[in-house]
Design a protein around this ligand. Structure first.
Ligand SMILES: Nc1ncnc2c1ncn2[C@@H]1O[C@H](COP(=O)(O)OP(=O)(O)O)[C@@H](O)[C@H]1O
Ligand SMILES: Nc1ccn([C@H]2C[C@H](O)[C@@H](COP(=O)(O)OP(=O)(O)O)O2)c(=O)n1
Length: 262
């Protein structure tokens, strides 16, 4: 579809847990000189804030307290891109000015985050924060405020709710066994793997979270009608990044030739 306006190019990446969204999104942003926003980090921050206050997110009676926290928490992201296309950009996450990049990735936070993300008022508060961040990173002018030429955002409802007019929507999927193997390896590598955690448990937990994310009432995980599905089960990271970057180039070229022929 041809682009009709001059706003920065938007790429929306959605998909189930550990399908490769954030790794892919960061690398696509690095290759293209775009900004990157990890929306899952917002829900993880709210979950961490609730757990740190002794709130149990699995209890429905705690929903309003968690919603208040979602509103009052200050969440910031800082992605450091590298000049080398082969090294991975890193995103630091700040909750009320404290660096919680590692704390939000523990198994305890992962276990509770889908319940938190299913609370309607939490989603409203996060949506507002994400939109504000999107507006300052890639504004409606041709060049973004940050000087980067576009925006890549990843999550569960980016193509359906957050950026419904994105120029390219990708829905990443992968076999749940493959996703569990990758997640377990990632936890082990970063030293966050809890004692005795095995593949079966990680796979079951991913599947449980996907089910919660797919069946919740508020903005469930769903492939947008105009999204391109990409199965990463048998792809390399470079392969999936390359496929998306090539599709961005193809759409940018199609848009500029349709504008110049008008
Ligand atoms: N094609 C791939 N091959 C091997 N590992 C991958 C691939 N894609 C992603 N990964 C790894 O899988 C793990 C989960 O990816 P991540 O980007 O965190 O997923 P998500 O953001 O969807 O939860 C990471 O350790 C990442 O490096
Ligand atoms: N736009 C988004 C992003 C994440 N979520 C929810 C769903 C997920 O269970 C949690 C955490 O997302 P995150 O992408 O960090 O999770 P994974 O890395 O895939 O394990 O937040 C959401 O509901 N909407």
């Amino acid at each position: 579809m041809a682009r009709k306006d001059t706003r920065p190019f938007q790429v929306a990446i959605d998909g189930p847990a550990a399908s490769g969204k954030s790794t892919t999104a960061k690398m696509v942003a690095q290759r293209l000189g775009f900004d990157y926003i990890d929306t899952g980090a917002f829900y993880r921050c709210v979950t961490l804030a609730a757990l740190s206050k002794g709130i149990d997110p699995s209890k429905p009676s705690q929903a309003s307290q968690i919603s208040n926290l979602a509103q009052s928490s200050q969440i910031g992201l800082k992605t450091v891109f590298s000049n080398s296309s082969s090294s991975l950009p890193t995103t630091r996450v700040f909750l009320d000015k404290k660096d919680v990049s590692s704390d939000i990735r523990t198994e305890t936070v992962s276990k509770h985050v889908s319940a938190v993300a299913a609370i309607g008022p939490v989603r409203e508060a996060v949506l507002q924060k994400v939109r504000d961040m999107g507006a300052t990173s890639a504004s409606t002018s041709q060049e973004s405020n940050s000087g980067r030429a576009g925006l890549v955002m990843d999550g569960r409802d980016i193509g359906t709710v957050v950026l419904p007019n994105a120029d390219l929507k990708i829905f990443l999927v992968a076999d749940s066994r493959v996703r569990a193997e990758r997640r377990l390896q990632e936890l082990a590598k970063s030293g966050r793997k809890e004692e005795g955690l095995d593949l079966e448990t990680v796979q079951k937990d991913l599947e449980r979270r996907d089910e919660l994310d797919r069946t919740r009432e508020a903005s469930p995980l769903r492939k947008a009608d105009d999204a391109v599905e990409l199965d990463t089960s048998h792809l390399t990271i470079e392969g999936q990044v390359d496929a998306i970057v090539q599709e961005v180039y193809r759409r940018q070229k199609a848009a500029s030739s349709s504008t110049s022929s008008q």
